[in-house]
Design a protein around this ligand. Structure first.
Ligand SMILES: NC(=O)C1=CN([C@@H]2O[C@H](COP(=O)(O)OP(=O)(O)OC[C@H]3O[C@@H](n4cnc5c(N)ncnc54)[C@H](O)[C@@H]3O)[C@@H](O)[C@H]2O)C=CC1
Ligand SMILES: O=C(O)CCC(=O)C(=O)O
Length: 465
């Protein structure tokens, strides 16, 4: 049996995981030998790419330390940036890495992904995945993971704060005090008890918000394109118009889709109650902001809280939220009772730490074990771990176009070995096969890899040992 060092040296090239000249380590790290054991598989053999020290991960947008710790424990190389990168720099950086971690600002377009020659996985350290061309990624054999609900509570709590702040004009009173103005008023300031909250999109965030709002005495109605079970005393309404005509506060919690672009625009504001309030902590394209400005100037809408914008700055800094970025910015800023926040709905210590662990673990499991459970763009496949005493077993990960005849070809290549287990799944045009094959001599691996790479409908091949 060869040593791990020999394995690393022989097969790095074949595995396409180590063509970088500045890898910090070319040998299996300490973690390769001992550390990464998923909790569900404590008695199973640890599978790894041959040399975890060669795995390069690019983390943008201040991804949480919990994720960095997970990657460091694996021995991966981590390059970390607090902000997102301009497209040209992103294209340069992505050429070399096996995994990238982003939040909501980095746009991974088809153009950017075309340069990602080594990329196997993308981690969105957030809920939304609209910033990634999911189809282009899948077609290139790149799995995308997100964190579906780790920041939902944080967003819901922010919205609760905004409902009360808008009802009491807290933003304006606070700004006035900061400039020395004492303005003790009660006109058009309201309790929220007994008022109606209309939630558009009753998913993870909308439903969480519903529970919190009811606990403060609000009536909750919601509109969703799907029939969803009501929590508490909330009620689903049949149409958006019905929601708009009944709600005192309207809060948007839908994903960015073609269907949700300008979901609230001039006709919808006109359909709302006089003096009602608008909240958007979903995506910047969901509310037509120039139309909102007009509705507020006309006195139809009494206040608004916005956390998201069609164009958002790539980094923190002064004078970035300007007309250069969004042509209506100064108009919006000049209005009273408008609360503007810099996309911080999910920005709490609790949420970021949980997201770091969740997405960091998903990426590690995909890199080290091939498990795509939870991927948002990709066939979900997982195999149970290998027994600790299983030697000479190789895990084949084979991503291919979803066309007839591929399995026959692949199994023919694997046929000299015992297929211990095999699982394949497809999603749209892409299929993913995982197989554990035994009786593999170390000298066979390169040839197996090359044969699989030469198959006609292959998208990507990886072998884990
Ligand atoms: N401001 C922030 O920091 C954050 C913003 N978000 C945004 O919030 C969005 C919602 O998040 P979740 O509740 O976790 O998503 P979710 O997927 O759990 O729920 C979305 C709901 O919207 C519904 N929906 C889709 N299209 C609709 C339409 N045209 N009209 C009415 N309902 C529609 C869906 O059926 C679903 O029930 C995310 O997609 C993300 O863009 C998420 C987290 C943090
Ligand atoms: O925290 C972030 O950067 C993005 C939050 C968000 O919008 C999301 O989770 O979809």
């Amino acid at each position: 049996m060869s040593s791990p060092q020999q394995i690393a040296n022989t097969f790095q090239q074949a595995l396409n995981l180590s063509d970088s000249s500045n890898a910090v380590s070319t040998s299996p790290t300490h973690s390769y030998l001992s550390q990464y054991v998923p909790s569900s598989q404590k008695n199973t053999k640890t599978l790894k790419p041959f040399s975890t020290g060669d795995i390069k991960i690019l983390l943008l947008e201040n991804v949480n330390q919990t994720a960095i710790n997970i990657f460091h424990n694996q021995g991966y190389q981590v390059e970390f940036y607090k902000s997102s990168l301009p497209e040209d720099e992103l294209i340069e950086k992505i050429k070399d890495v096996h995994a990238i971690g982003i939040r909501s600002k980095t746009k991974l377009t088809q153009k950017v992904l075309e340069h990602a020659r080594n990329l196997v996985v993308i981690g969105c350290f957030c809920i939304g995945t609209n910033q990634v061309d999911l189809e282009a990624a899948a077609k290139a054999g790149i799995a995308v993971f997100n964190s579906p609900f780790s920041n939902s509570r944080s967003v819901a709590e922010l919205v609760i704060a905004e409902i009360i702040s808008l009802a009491r004009q807290l933003g304006d009173r606070s700004l006035e005090m900061h400039t020395g103005t004492w303005n003790k008023v009660s006109a058009k300031c309201w309790e929220i008890r007994g008022k109606t909250l209309g939630i558009i999109g009753y998913g993870h965030i909308g439903s969480q918000l519903s529970v919190l709002a009811e606990s403060m005495g609000m009536n909750v109605i919601y509109y969703d394109v799907q029939m969803i079970m009501s929590l508490g005393n909330s009620k689903q309404v049949d149409t958006l118009d019905e929601l708009l005509s009944r709600a005192d506060f309207v809060s948007c919690h839908v994903p960015e889709l073609d269907d949700t672009k300008n979901l609230l625009s001039a006709p919808q504001f006109a359909a709302m109650k006089d003096g009602s309030f608008v909240i958007n902590a979903s995506r910047g394209t969901v509310v037509d902001i120039p139309a909102l400005v007009q509705a507020m100037k006309a006195g139809k809408i009494a206040g608004a809280a916005l956390d998201v914008y069609p164009h958002e700055p790539a980094k923190n800094g002064e004078n970035l939220f300007s007309n250069e970025l969004n042509s209506w910015a100064s108009d919006l800023c000049s209005l009273r009772n408008v609360i503007l926040t810099p996309h911080i709905g999910g920005s709490t210590e609790e949420a970021q730490s949980a997201i770091g662990i969740e997405v960091g673990t998903a990426l590690t499991k995909y890199i080290n074990e091939g498990s795509s459970t939870g991927a948002v763009n990709f066939p979900e496949v997982a195999l149970r771990g290998l027994d600790l005493d299983q030697q000479n077993v190789v895990r084949v990960l084979y991503i291919h176009q979803n066309v007839p005849g591929v399995l026959k070809t692949v199994n023919n290549i694997l046929s000299n070995h015992n297929i211990e287990k095999q699982y394949t799944n497809s999603r749209g045009d892409v299929a993913y096969l995982m197989a554990d094959i035994s009786d593999v001599d170390i000298t066979d691996i390169k040839s197996l890899y090359e044969q699989l790479e030469q198959t006609p409908y292959k998208i990507a091949t990886r072998l884990l040992y």
